[in-house]
Design a protein around this ligand. Structure first.
Ligand code: BGC
Length: 375
């Protein structure tokens, strides 16, 4: 069953991968080794504890199956110190390009600088490394569009006035958490100002609810109250404590901005057990398999599909350009607080029960047999 999926994905990637002129050696921290200790491209991902990043590893392996370049993938397990060690270990193996998704955007600056000091080109993957000039390129999804899609979904499902709104956010150490929140706020704020929604779990957000555009400091204040730190347990604990302090009138038919799928499942499970919550609409992102099943089962309302195959392909194409002494193609730039980092950005798709099959199964991203109850 997995094989079929691989075939579809491989054929979709084939045109791009032809460029690589092909034959493979991919090492990972699972014990596989790269080519004789010398590695061309080092890849560092944040953690294996979230399905999102395991998915990225799988897609990298699929995309690199036939490459002549030697590649090693390491995980930082949620630790910036481990991340730095990973980078140092890859540098001793002679990498020429580093593709890195930082655990903490600011903290990863030191690792990026260590790489740059050895003439290694640094590609920030999905999350931007901030506060350093030592980032050469950035491959990313349109993260503001992710947040806007989440906010818009809640708006589209709401009728009348005074709908209880519960806001949650990602980790403040992740620049994306700000972009997601900014995107969501841009569409939700007018609907809070006109009385469609009433924020129930963030006094800071209530104080700022008349401001259409928030500064980074203002967002920090709100995110400080509603952060999940991208952690399922923290999300659950926060949701529990918000429900405990909310009155029955603050519940009923509720609307929940959950920043990603992992936290959405925790928050949905928690809201689902409160007898004063009659119904809830809850957002997510990543199209993680567990959340796709939740959507099919009606336990999570939507997800934002970020096709990891595209991000993987874009970052490999960039790395290969660097290895060939060519300038990678970019489509814009992101300010990382020290420089404008040339970037390639990918669009996202809103997925709910209506289009889950077309977007995720018919597109070859997943196989129908990986889910139950799919019509
Ligand atoms: C990524 C999301 C992910 C989150 C938590 C963000 O930077 O863009 O896809 O769910 O981190 O790992």
């Amino acid at each position: 069953m997995k094989k079929n999926r691989k075939l579809v994905i491989l054929s979709a990637l084939l045109s791009g991968m032809m460029l690589l002129s092909i034959g493979c050696s991919t090492g990972t921290d699972d014990g596989e080794e790269g080519n004789g200790g010398s590695v061309d491209i080092g890849i560092v991902l944040p953690t294996k504890d979230e399905p999102r990043w395991v998915q990225d590893e799988t897609r990298f392996k699929e995309a690199l199956e036939d490459t002549d370049y030697s590649v090693e993938i390491l995980f930082s397990q949620g630790s910036s110190a481990k991340e730095k060690e990973n980078v140092e270990s890859l540098l001793t193996k002679g990498i020429k390009v580093l593709i890195i998704c930082p655990q903490d955007g600011d903290a990863a600056a030191a690792a990026a600088e260590a790489a740059a000091a050895e003439g290694v080109k640094v590609i920030s993957y999905d999350r931007l490394i901030t506060g350093t000039e030592a980032v050469d390129y950035y491959v990313t999804f349109d993260s503001i569009a992710v947040g806007a899609a989440q906010g818009q979904y809640l708006i589209d499902k709401a009728t009348g006035e005074g709908n209880p709104l519960y806001l949650y956010a990602g980790a403040a150490s992740d620049n994306n958490a700000f972009l997601f929140f900014e995107g969501a706020w841009s569409v939700l704020q007018p609907k809070i100002a006109d009385g469609t929604f009433e924020i129930k779990n963030s006094p800071e957000a209530v104080t700022l609810q008349d401001k259409a555009e928030l500064t980074r400091d203002e967002m920090s204040k709100i995110i400080g109250q509603i952060t999940t730190n991208w952690d399922f347990n923290e999300a659950k604990n926060k949701a529990e404590s918000h429900l405990t302090s909310a009155s029955a009138e603050d519940k009923g038919d509720v609307f929940i901005l959950a920043p990603n799928d992992g936290t959405a499942r925790s928050i949905a499970d928690t809201f689902g057990t409160d007898s004063d919550v009659t119904s809830f609409v809850v957002t997510g992102q990543d199209a993680e398999m567990a959340s796709v099943q939740y959507i099919i089962d009606g336990k999570q309302s939507m997800t934002v599909f970020k096709d990891v195959r595209t991000l993987v392909k874009d970052s490999i194409d960039m790395a290969v350009s660097v290895l060939k002494d060519e300038t990678p193609k970019t489509t814009g730039a992101y300010d990382n607080k020290s420089k404008e980092v040339p970037a390639k950005q990918t669009e996202v798709i809103t997925v709910d029960q209506e289009n889950v099959k077309a977007a995720l199964i018919d597109s070859g991203y997943y196989e129908a047999s990986e889910f139950t109850g799919l019509e």
